[in-house]
Design a binder for this molecule. Structure first.
Ligand code: HEC
Length: 474
């Protein structure tokens, strides 16, 4: 039940952010690959119906870039996600694989189809008939979009598991409350990215005059038309989110709100440029502007993914697993048995721990805090607690879910909590060779009281049950 998988240490980098950074790159590339399929089908149609004399040249140039970028980097970052997530979030990944292995198998099957169709097109398109090319492109696009379809169900389930929590049904989990808004929103993003990339590619193709370039760019910009739906889809998604998550985004957490604003702002900038520049004035976009727009789109994607991931806190799978891999129903038990009692893994990153108390503290930190904090780097516990005296440190950690509602409740014994505090203080004191060898009984009693006060439920549930209780009293 409580298998321990130590979180890898990335020095000053917060493990959660390392995983997020790899994931954001991957999502960006993968969405580009999906949208690229649609764009190529469109241009193949333009070529076959003689609507644009340079459509074929475009397809050739675009596919080279699409293949290079999305197949090579997309596959590498895809492996990177698995590699980092098992080092950081093994319990969560385990839960996802356990519940959705057939969905994942389906996703990989479609990914294979996508690669095969894409490769055949890349290798043979100049020898095939127009019709055969179209079949390959449609196959490629369908497979790519279907892999988005499958993975979208798993990712949206993390935020809104919906009825699955009660029924355990894969269908309920897959078609969860945020499934459709998320799928449509991502599809629009895919089309937009592909369209922007199209504008850049046009500038790289040699031997095209300005008129030819402009007409290709304006064609490519057609894939940005669905962007008009974005505000609607965004609001739909926000409404599908659980209320507390929505609150984080809409002001409850300044960082989250900032990223949300970045995402919205960048999207509005791109959309505005598309409407005014490309459709109303039929402008030409040079390579630099196109690249800038793509960077903006990257910012929008990064902001959006950060918000989607962040708004799940304190969970990595809502109501099922906390971000640190501990399950809500195990917290009460862990308060009695301890969270590192059975932790067999040595603390490799601290070579000079002075005694068992500090070692235990380091392990507690690794088990419960290390996903979201570092010791001394980013979001460092040592700095966050610097201005507190020892009792404030004990109390605020004992009442972790009240200290900041996006943290899970503390899930260990009072002895472990005190060991954690001692570990933090030992680092704050400059890692001396000697440190306190016995725990203070009085402090332990006080910690026990604070832990009992805080309870074992997460902040939001507690607040909700408190208000439900007052409602019942009335
Ligand atoms: C789900 C991620 C997550 C986990 C797990 C987590 N924290 Fe936090 N913690 C945060 C975030 C985010 C902040 C906000 C940082 C800020 O305000 O700049 C924070 C803030 C804090 C603060 C500062 C609070 C304040 O009022 O300024 C302390 C202290 C802290 N965490 C300690 C811990 C300890 C100790 C653990 C492990 C027992 C832990 N956290 C586990 C995410 C987490």
């Amino acid at each position: 039940m409580n298998n321990i998988y130590p979180v890898n240490d990335y020095g000053p980098l917060m493990p959660g952010l390392v995983m997020a950074a790899v994931a954001i790159f991957h999502v960006f590339l993968a969405q580009f690959a999906v949208g690229g399929g649609f764009l190529l089908c469109y241009f193949q149609w333009l070529a076959m119906t003689d609507r644009n004399p340079n459509a074929r040249i475009f397809i050739h140039g675009y596919f080279k870039i699409l293949v290079l970028i999305s197949f090579v980097l997309g596959a590498l970052t895809g492996v990177g996600i698995w590699f980092t997530s098992i080092q950081i979030s093994a319990v969560t990944i385990g839960e996802m694989v356990f519940n959705f292995h057939w969905i994942w198998a389906a996703e990989w099957t479609f990914f294979c189809l996508e690669v095969v169709a894409g490769y055949c097109f890349y290798r043979y398109h100049d020898r095939l008939t127009d019709k055969a090319c179209m079949v390959l492109l449609v196959l490629y696009t369908f497979a790519a979009w279907m892999s988005l379809f499958w993975i979208n169900g798993i990712l949206s389930w993390q935020l809104t598991p919906g009825d699955w929590v009660q029924t355990g049904s894969i269908v309920d989990g897959f078609f969860n409350p945020s499934f459709w808004p998320s799928l449509f929103f991502r599809t629009v993003v895919c089309l937009t990215l592909a369209s922007l990339a199209g504008c850049v590619v046009v500038n790289i193709i040699p031997d095209l005059d300005r008129d030819a370039q402009t007409s290709l760019i304006n064609r490519s910009a057609h894939l940005m038309i669905p962007m008009l739906l974005m505000p609607l889809l965004g609001v739909w998604f926000l409404f599908a989110m659980p209320e507390d998550s929505r609150q984080w985004v809409l002001g409850g957490s300044p960082a989250m709100m900032l990223f949300f604003m970045i995402s919205v702002g960048a999207s509005v900038a791109i959309g505005g440029y598309a409407v005014v520049g490309l459709w109303m004035q039929r402008l030409y976009i040079n390579g630099a502007t196109g690249t800038l727009l793509i960077l903006l789109a990257f910012g929008a994607t990064a902001g959006g993914e950060f918000v989607r991931e962040g708004s799940r806190k304190p969970y990595s799978i809502r109501q099922v697993v906390y971000s640190n891999g501990i399950r809500p129903q195990d917290v009460a038990e862990l308060r009695k048995t301890g969270c590192v009692t059975d932790d067999p893994f040595p603390v490799t990153f601290e070579k000079t721990l002075p005694n068992d108390i500090v070692t235990t503290g380091a392990k507690v930190f690794r088990r419960q805090c290390a996903v979201c904090h570092t010791v001394e780097g980013s979001n460092a516990v040592v700095h966050l607690t610097e201005s507190w005296d020892i009792d404030q440190q004990r109390m605020n950690i004992a009442k972790l879910q009240q200290t900041k509602p996006f943290m899970p409740p503390f899930a260990g014994t009072p002895q472990e909590l005190e060991a954690l505090v001692q570990y933090v203080r030992w680092v704050q004191a400059g890692r001396p060779a000697e440190w306190l060898k016995t725990l203070d009984e009085q402090a332990l009693q006080q910690i026990t009281g604070w832990l009992d006060d805080a309870g074992t439920e997460p902040a939001q549930a507690r607040r909700k049950s408190a208000s439900a209780a007052t409602r019942e009293q009335k």
